[in-house]
Design a protein around this ligand. Structure first.
Ligand code: SAM
Ligand code: SF4
Length: 325
């Protein structure tokens, strides 16, 4: 293994794999109400194909994998994929981002298969509001998923809240309080104005902090497990942490260590830039690992220095549910 880095000397060791573009929710910040056009089943990579890409990527220096979607748990047999990936010797961390709806059913099997930890998207603690934001979900299901993930020791389970002005920002203190009362690890994420993400107003981190500090002062903290760009804090003595993820106002492209694989077999060097390299056809034409290896290297070489979301560049292109937000 050599270790990968891109043209800006950023080490690349993290592969985010979108296993499906399907989702059982329709969150207002992610998808239009009518949904988005779906990939044909034959265009979606099989688990064997995903495994082949992951194995070659691991040989190049990828050590961490996150499964995402769409909603990863709507794809049947996900623990089988986790088990295959966990069998790759140099992969030391497999995680998943999920809306949690189906997590109670699958948490134990995922843990047994080798999933190490999970992030659960949760934007409100109010049942009716949950139904409004997700357009069809039930809060109880996601809360049950969180409890199951915690019982299965998918540690740390992190709750991701997309903060939206006038929609759920009044709940910032309620989420922050959960770090004290329930030991939750909560991360507040700036809303990104991308394709299908609705007309939503961002809340700045300064404003978020001000509202949270109505409960007490925050001190800088660390959450040891993770590959992400969050900055962590905690209330003195709290078991849980509070993270802020600021892709728009203080982007973290300079430390980006990620490569993405979309469900339909494209390598995507950046979530927010539309350039992609197709590997599905190469995979299906009985390619050699060397050909795959050079496509992965090519994708990393194309990684842009940064996105231009703040200048309004994100509205065109594929929605997050297709490229794995
Ligand atoms: N369905 C899974 C879930 O919701 O966790 C995984 C896929 S979802 C696209 C991945 C993450 O992207 C979620 O945490 C979601 O909150 C986030 N996301 C989607 N649209 C977003 C937007 N416009 N701005 C910020 N985050 C967004
Ligand atoms: Fe589905 Fe996740 Fe997008 Fe919500 S954020 S619509 S759960 S893919």
């Amino acid at each position: 293994m050599t270790g990968l880095s891109d043209s800006f000397q950023r080490p690349i060791n993290y592969l985010r794999i979108s296993v499906t573009d399907r989702c059982n929710l329709r969150c207002v910040y992610c998808m239009p109400e009518e949904g988005v056009s779906l990939m044909a089943h034959r265009d979606i990579l099989t688990y064997e194909e995903i495994y082949t890409v992951a194995k070659v990527a691991a040989g190049l220096g990828i050590t961490k994998i996150r499964l995402t979607g769409g909603e990863p748990l709507v794809r049947l047999g996900l623990p089988d994929l986790v088990k295959m990936l966990a069998g790759i010797e140099t992969i030391d961390d497999i995680s998943m981002t999920t809306n949690g709806v189906l997590l109670a059913q699958h948490a134990a099997a995922l843990k047994k298969a080798g999933l190490r930890r999970g992030n659960v998207s949760l934007d409100t603690l109010k049942p009716e509001r949950f139904n409004r934001i997700t357009r069809c979900g039930t809060l109880e299901d996601t809360l049950a998923g969180i409890e199951a993930a915690r019982s299965a020791r998918l540690d740390p389970v992190k709750m991701n809240m997309v903060v939206m002005a006038g929609v759920n920002d009044d709940e910032l203190p309620d989420f922050a309080a959960k770090t004290i009362t329930a030991g939750w690890h909560v991360r507040f994420i700036e809303h990104m104005p991308v394709s299908g993400s609705g007309d939503i107003k961002l809340v700045s981190v300064g404003e978020m902090k001000k509202r949270i500090e109505s409960l007490g002062s925050l001190e800088p903290s660390r959450l040891d497990v993770g590959n992400g760009p969050a900055r962590y804090f905690r209330f003195p003595g709290a078991a849980g942490t509070i993270g802020f993820i600021t892709p728009v106002t203080e982007h973290f492209c300079y430390q980006c260590n990620r490569l993405r694989l979309t469900a339909d077999g494209k390598l995507r060097p950046c979530l927010l830039c539309e350039d992609e390299i197709d590997i599905r056809e190469t995979l299906r034409s009985g390619t050699s690992p060397d050909e795959l290896k050079s496509l992965i290297e090519k994708a990393i070489a194309c990684k842009p220095q940064g996105h231009r979301l703040a200048e309004g560049s994100g509205r065109q292109g594929r929605p997050f549910s297709q490229v794995g937000g």
